[in-house]
Design a protein around this ligand. Structure first.
Ligand SMILES: [Zn+2]
Length: 158
């Protein structure tokens, strides 16, 4: 049977299907306890509606790989940070026209607007403007680029 960690690592985020749970940095741990696979996830946002889908997708993937007994636990400490997105994940986001979150210089207050505008994924200009604090999902904001006119999603830094 495939290693359960490898099975879970390939499950994709329901809202960002170009990212695996591993690339997104939400996969904390996979252990086997007797015959039960125990998966620990840290959701990106504690209220993220994608978590229920993620949990179901993990269980289905494990069942398909032959693991009939599995459970998904969530841990909120330490809190997920957008810094946990892998380099591969950041590249995948940019390739799909989503400006990846910048590295945090310190604790980020979720309520604060980003101090630096995200770079346009099309032309890399930082002359961008936030149109809406919520994009296609709550984790994203919507921006337009003054340089090339592109409208793009930006995954927020947290
Ligand atoms: Zn642009």
């Amino acid at each position: 049977m495939t290693d359960p960690r490898a099975v879970v690592a390939q499950v994709v985020d329901p809202e960002l299907p170009m990212l695996t749970l591993e690339d997104l940095g939400v996969l904390r741990d996979v252990t086997v306890d007797d015959d039960t696979v125990v998966v620990t996830l840290t959701p990106t946002y504690s209220g993220c509606p994608a978590l229920a889908t993620m949990r179901a997708d993990v269980l289905v993937a494990l069942r398909r790989a032959g693991y009939d007994h599995a459970e998904v636990r969530t841990t909120l400490t330490p809190a997920w940070s957008s810094d946990w997105i892998s380099t591969k994940g950041r590249t995948a986001l940019a390739e799909h026209g989503i400006a990846p979150p910048r590295a945090n210089d310190g604790p980020t207050d979720l309520l604060l607007m980003p101090s630096r505008p995200p770079a346009c994924p099309l032309c890399a200009s930082t002359d961008t403007r936030e149109v809406s604090h919520f994009g296609t999902t709550a984790c994203r904001s919507l921006h337009t680029c003054r340089a090339c006119g592109e409208t793009f999603d930006h995954m927020k830094e947290i």
